[in-house]
Design a protein around this ligand. Structure first.
Ligand SMILES: [Ca+2]
Ligand SMILES: [Ca+2]
Ligand SMILES: [Ca+2]
Ligand SMILES: [Ca+2]
Length: 184
């Protein structure tokens, strides 16, 4: 301050500290998300969020990683969508386990913060049962077996259990079926 020994002149000076983009964004959204198969591709499955204390720089979102090509992300809103509606029975992720791996990036123009995110596709009951048994059947073997048994019957020690099984097994269900409806 100038001082000539008699006069003391002062002046207030304000020093402004300008902000620089020196702090990296912090991703605040979860590391996992899930969605049922067949959900419309336009449905938002995950929303990336981040904080950044700097007043300069704008955070933009993007994705990378094993299954990133199957998704789209809105760079401004962080909304993640499937490009194609997922099918649990035909997983499209790299290792086919219905756990889709992406890496979310929050970039403020200087710093790039990443977070691994797993998006799981859950099963729904969307497939009808498939009957895998044959459309035709034959009882030829059983008849042969019975005939053989009868022929062998007279022999001293045949098979004691075989003859006793077939009559009881055949009669039991037949009796219960015929009697139950008649009583009611
Ligand atoms: Ca920043
Ligand atoms: Ca399916
Ligand atoms: Ca996977
Ligand atoms: Ca299914």
């Amino acid at each position: 301050m100038p001082n000539d020994g008699v006069h003391d002149t002062t002046q207030a000076v304000t020093i402004s500290v300008t902000d620089t983009n020196d702090v990296a964004p912090t991703i605040t959204s979860a590391a996992t998300a899930s969605e049922a198969e067949n959900t419309a591709a336009a449905t938002v499955v995950y929303t990336a969020t981040a904080t950044d204390p700097d007043t300069v720089g704008t955070v933009a979102f993007s994705i990378s990683g094993d299954d990133a090509s199957l998704f789209s992300i809105n760079s401004a809103t962080g909304e993640v969508t499937f490009n194609t509606s997922p099918n649990f029975e035909a997983p499209a992720d790299l290792n086919g386990d219905n756990a889709y791996q992406i890496i979310v990036h929050a970039n403020d123009g200087v710093h790039d913060t990443t977070q691994a995110v797993t998006i799981s596709v859950t099963d729904t009951n969307d497939v009808a049962p498939t009957i895998t048994s044959a459309a035709t059947a034959s009882e030829g073997r059983e008849h042969r077996g019975r005939h053989r048994g009868l022929h062998r019957g007279p022999r001293p020690i045949p098979t004691p259990s075989a003859p006793s099984r077939s009559p009881s097994a055949a009669t039991t269900p037949a009796c219960s079926r015929s009697t139950a409806p008649q009583v009611r």
